[in-house]
Write a protein that binds this ligand. Structure first.
Ligand SMILES: Cc1cc2nc3c(=O)[nH]c(=O)nc-3n(C[C@H](O)[C@H](O)[C@H](O)COP(=O)(O)OP(=O)(O)OC[C@H]3O[C@@H](n4cnc5c(N)ncnc54)[C@H](O)[C@@H]3O)c2cc1C
Length: 355
């Protein structure tokens, strides 16, 4: 059976980002790479959005970028600017196409559908397939989004809505998220932070229809695309194995308080590429312990007091948007952390330390 220097298990966001980073930085000139990916074809299946706090390789896959946004709770809206860190939306279709076109040009890179087709014996493995044990105690960010086209101009394409809590909470945390790509096109997403034990939260189509027709009051529209997903707000189990590194969601690249993963994946790939020559002896890359600790408390509060979360998120954004964005994107300093912490209901968070 054929052997490779490197194997990437899962050619999704993390697997392809890593292969691309290694390829463009010429780390695959005299090394072989196998990518294991079972999907039959690559097509747009996700929209990855984030505040651009660091450079990345995919500016040409950005579908739209915004410099202002809103967050709202019933009766109150906060308008915020993010000129320093624009919010970008990446079209996964363009991302897959760009990377696959580039990788095709290197005959050291091969794709396989199943790991059993090759030998793993002497390879270094990058694994992006998470092992997730089902538990009714785990929190998830689960959501469904549709892209719609309206007949008449409706959206203000300069400003996106990060969180609209003016909707049914069903003893959970629920908000809508709207990314206006143009005056007539937008992604409208219903998002829940919950343990997914209540199946009624999954009537996504009905929720979106009601929101578009009754809340936004759009009558004439067409759905052109749909995406659905669930991001684990816990770290997948991690077994330390020689010659293997987990990447992507499997590698703990999700910020647990927000679900943001894309930019952390890019930073992890850069770290791997910088250390590729000595990868077996390189220390584990992880989201800073400071954020792991703070997110753990945040999620304990969310679990105990879901009804408080809309106000907590809303108040968090009363700090300067630059500070909150840096905090949510793992780039804040201690003073900025303190500013965020001071906006939280103190007793609730202190008590959460002891749950
Ligand atoms: C719909 C959706 C929208 C998201 N939006 C955002 C966002 O806006 N911003 C953000 O920061 N994060 C977002 N995320 C979270 C995160 O960025 C994505 O989940 C991202 O795709 C994670 O990358 P990954 O490589 O870990 O997983 P994936 O991209 O899912 O890649 C895993 C790959 O493994 C393959 N695979 C599965 N089983 C096997 C197997 N047995 N062997 C080999 N390969 C296998 C799959 O086909 C897939 O291609 C979103 C997630 C989803 C699901």
């Amino acid at each position: 059976m054929k052997e490779f220097d490197y194997i990437i298990i899962g050619g999704g966001c993390a697997g392809l980002s890593l292969a691309y980073e290694l390829e463009i930085q010429e780390k695959l000139k005299d090394k072989t790479l196998a990518i294991i990916e079972p999907r039959q074809e690559y097509k747009k299946d996700k929209t990855w959005s984030f505040w651009k706090v660091t450079p990345h390789n995919f500016d040409d896959c950005v579908k739209k970028s915004w410099e202002s946004f809103t967050i709202n709770i019933p009766g109150k809206t906060n308008y915020l600017e993010c000129k320093n860190y624009p919010y970008q939306s990446i079209d996964s279709g363009l991302f897959y196409e760009k990377i696959n076109n580039k990788l095709k040009g290197n005959k050291n890179i091969s794709f396989f559908k199943d790991i059993t087709e090759i030998s793993k014996k002497n390879s270094f493995i990058f694994n992006s397939v998470p092992e997730i044990k089902k538990s009714h105690l785990n929190l998830w960010q689960h959501f469904c989004g549709v892209e719609i086209e309206t007949k008449n101009n409706f959206f203000d394409e300069e400003i996106f809505n990060l969180m609209d809590f003016d909707c049914e909470q069903r003893e959970s945390v629920h908000f809508f998220y709207t990314l206006p790509y143009s005056k007539k096109k937008a992604l409208v997403e219903t998002t829940w932070l919950s343990k997914m034990n209540d199946n009624s939260q999954k009537d996504y189509d009905e929720q979106i229809k009601n929101y578009i027709e009754k809340h936004l009051k759009i009558k004439n529209y067409e759905i052109t695309y749909k995406e659905e997903g669930a991001i684990p707000l816990f770290y997948p189990s991690y077994k330390k194995e020689k010659n293997k590194i987990n990447i992507g969601t499997a590698g703990g690249m999700t910020r647990l308080s927000t679900g943001y993963t894309f930019l952390n994946i890019q930073e992890h790939c850069k770290f791997i590429r910088e250390n590729i020559e000595n990868i077996s002896n390189t220390k584990k890359y992880e989201i800073s312990k400071k954020y792991q600790f703070l997110d753990d408390i945040f999620l304990r509060v969310l679990d105990k007091h879901p009804e408080e979360m809309s106000n907590i998120f809303f108040n968090m954004f009363k700090t300067s948007p630059k500070t909150v964005i840096k905090f949510l994107s793992n780039k804040s300093n201690y003073l900025e952390d303190l500013n965020i912490i001071l906006k939280m209901p103190k007793w609730m968070f202190i008590k959460a330390l002891f749950y």
